[in-house]
Design a protein around this ligand. Structure first.
Ligand code: LLP
Length: 416
């Protein structure tokens, strides 16, 4: 089954009619294809063949516990960046032994909980963080497995906000100074350095930067082994891009194959942390046209989804395809800006789109499965959208639309 396809009576999620889902659950509405999540994770997993490996889905991409549970059932590992994400993985039935913990600012309380449940590895990003993990592990009388996130300084050729492998950003440590930090780590009583970690950026559409990064990581592994530090795994991060419109990212199996070729039969374990490449095209955001507002200069279609529901267009000028859920046979196409109800000029989901629209029509914003709901907010006191998961001809509500009680219920008026 295709995740999303146009049939005679409109757009479908697998075998479920999207218009009927919108009628049942309202809009804005996130709809996910369970098969797409499964197939994409399995594509990564199977591409490794006999190479020892672990595919750790990046939880930040789409962290609904139904999504995490679907992947956990396949045997997925998880890349987390906060205690909240760890609790989600545990609640979803994920195996803590398959969890890697990334992020520049792990708090003591987060480290403690991660050690308590026995995660696989901390990806640490600074000397100060090494000291803190050592202190917490010592206090708990446990050994913390760590890898150090290095910056291989390769240009990922992606948007500057999501490029992370270069020298001049807050992530990781300079690969040339990493050996010193490894030496310090192995001198710690409660730290066990087991891996090398890197993540060079997101939405990469070429294989070369990944292979270049791996080459530098392999050189570091040799340096460390000369120092007597044995590395058991290489974590190559996430970053594989998807097709939003006319990008041509490499296929999953070609990307993994290129890594395996570079590894040249080294039987070291490889961890990867894909997010977008699994979730991105597994979701759409469905929205209804509230008003048409043609003006002398521009045609605005005011829709009921906004930047608080999907911030990528506003934040990164990201382009996501927008299609009619039930294409019209009457009327004609015109050029529309699709803008939301939020009081910001940057509140748009698409600009200059050729669409045949009337008020009340449903639109689907495609490729919204990654960094959609997870980046949403309550700005303008807008309840966050409902989320539905589909498989075959079944649909499950996996998160109801927020209520105003959800938004305000815990706030307190000062009594004086
Ligand atoms: N591992 C680490 C350490 C990361 O920081 C990220 C994403 C991933 C894995 C997953 O990367 P992916 O496979 O999804 O490219 N909000 C932006 C993307 C930010 C990516 C942050 N890090 C967007 O909407 O495009």
């Amino acid at each position: 089954t295709q995740a999303f396809s146009l049939k005679n009576d409109g757009l479908y999620a697998e075998n479920v009619n999207i218009e009927s889902l919108a009628k049942e659950y309202g809009t804005p509405l996130y709809i996910y294809s369970r098969s797409e999540f499964e197939n994409r994770w399995l594509a990564f997993d199977s591409a490794f063949g006999s190479q020892p490996h672990l595919v750790c889905y990046a939880v930040k991409t789409n962290s609904n516990i139904a999504v995490l549970n679907v992947l956990a059932k396949l045997g997925a590992g998880f890349d987390i960046v906060s205690l909240g994400e760890l609790e989600r993985v545990l609640k979803a039935g994920g195996d803590p032994k398959k969890v890697v913990f990334s992020g520049v600012a792990k708090q003591s309380i987060e480290i403690r909980r991660a050690l308590e449940v026995g995660i696989r590895c901390f990806n640490l990003e600074s000397h100060a963080e090494l000291d803190r993990i050592q202190a917490v592990a010592q206090e708990m009388d446990l050994i913390a497995n760590i890898s150090i996130r290095v910056n291989p300084d390769v240009d990922a050729k992606t948007h500057p906000y999501i490029s992370t492998g270069l020298k001049d950003n807050k992530f990781g440590v300079d690969i040339t100074t990493a050996p010193e930090l490894y030496a310090d780590a192995s001198a710690c009583s409660h730290i066990n350095p087991i891996g090398i970690d890197c993540h060079i950026g997101s939405q990469l559409t070429e294989i070369t930067p990944f292979v270049d990064a791996l080459e530098r990581v392999l050189a570091l592994k040799n340096t460390l082994s000369e120092m007597g530090i044995d590395i058991h795994h290489l974590d190559l991060g996430g970053g594989l891009g998807i097709q939003y419109t006319d990008e041509t990212p490499p296929a999953i199996k070609d990307y993994i194959q290129a890594l395996l070729t570079k590894l040249n039969d080294t039987s070291i374990e490889v961890i990867i942390e894909p997010g977008r490449a699994i979730a991105g095209n597994a979701g759409v955001l469905v929205t209804e046209v509230e008003y048409l507002k043609p003006t002398e200069h521009k045609n605005f279609a005011i829709i009921d989804a906004a930047m608080n529901d999907l911030i990528r267009p506003a934040l990164y000028q990201a382009y996501q395809e927008i299609v009619s859920v039930v294409p019209r046979t009457d009327g004609h196409e015109a050029q529309w800006d699709l803008v939301g109800p939020v009081c910001e000029t940057g509140d748009f989901l698409g600009k200059d789109r050729m669409l045949n629209l009337k008020a009340g029509d449903l639109l689907a914003v495609k490729s919204a499965g990654a960094y959609g709901f997870t980046m949403s907010s309550n700005y303008n006191t807008r309840p966050r959208a409902a989320e539905v998961m589909v498989k075959g001809d079944q649909a499950w509500l996996i998160r109801p639309r927020e209520t105003y009680e959800d938004l305000m219920g815990s706030e307190v008026i000062i009594q004086d």
